[in-house]
Ligand binder design. Structure first.
Ligand code: MP5
Length: 216
């Protein structure tokens, strides 16, 4: 029988394929991505990760005792990751100081915060799994198709390394544990959160590729 996380992935095959075939990832792999496009992503993802810290912190307040240490580790890993962004920003001349979230990044962070505050721990955890799984699969796709010595190698390594793979595998099995025995209406809400999160992930690549910005 398929587990909950397998069901989520099986139901979103088309969306997943759109994400993994996004031109942002293809251009990053073949080296044709304009510097400005990658740097825009870097700025927006820096904001995303920075704002993921309060998202995880709110979820931490709802975390069952047996998962607390894991969540403390997630918080600490996010803080370390911000250091990687800052190091690469300095090396590539990217400003991370005075930047604002584009509409998609802003809406995605708002959605995550709202989920953490107002939905159940299980729903928040579902969003976390979906976001991390998209990043693992997306950067694995880049790595598998890498044609060049990439200036962005540290980012590729960050989300394809053994440690990150194990973390996402842990998220998947923990999500399955959390889902087991839950009433159908709660599972439906988790399904919806999974889908919305994955859709935001698609839009995040699109936002970077188009350098979205605000209309005015
Ligand atoms: C992640 C990310 C992965 N950095 N940015 C987006 C838009 N989605 C997912 O999260 P983390 O915390 O960097 O592993």
């Amino acid at each position: 029988m398929e587990t909950f996380h397998q069901k989520m992935l099986n139901q979103s095959k088309e969306l997943w394929s759109k994400i993994l075939n996004h031109r942002f990832l293809k251009m990053t792999a073949d080296g044709s991505i304009p510097d400005d496009t990658f740097k825009t992503w870097m700025q927006q993802d820096y904001i995303f990760v920075r704002e993921a810290i309060p998202f995880i912190a709110v979820l931490l307040a709802k975390t069952p005792l047996d998962l607390r240490t894991n969540f403390i580790e997630v918080l600490s890993a996010l803080d370390t990751e911000l250091g990687m962004f800052r190091k690469n920003a300095t090396a590539h001349g990217v400003n991370l100081g005075n930047i604002a979230a584009f509409p998609t990044c802003h809406a995605y962070n708002q959605f995550l915060m709202n989920t953490a505050y107002n939905a159940s721990f299980e729903e928040g955890f579902t969003a976390l799994y979906a976001a991390e799984k998209v990043y693992l699969d997306s950067w694995m796709e880049v790595k598998a198709n890498l044609k060049i010595q990439s200036p962005w190698q540290e980012f590729i390594d960050n989300w394809t390394g053994e440690g990150f793979q194990q973390y996402v595998a842990w998220l998947a099995t923990t999500l399955d544990d959390l889902a087991s025995g839950k009433p159908e209406r709660e599972l439906k809400r988790m399904e919806e959160i999974f889908l919305i999160t994955a859709r935001y992930e698609y839009l995040f690549w699109e936002m970077a590729a188009t350098q979205e910005g605000w209309a005015i």
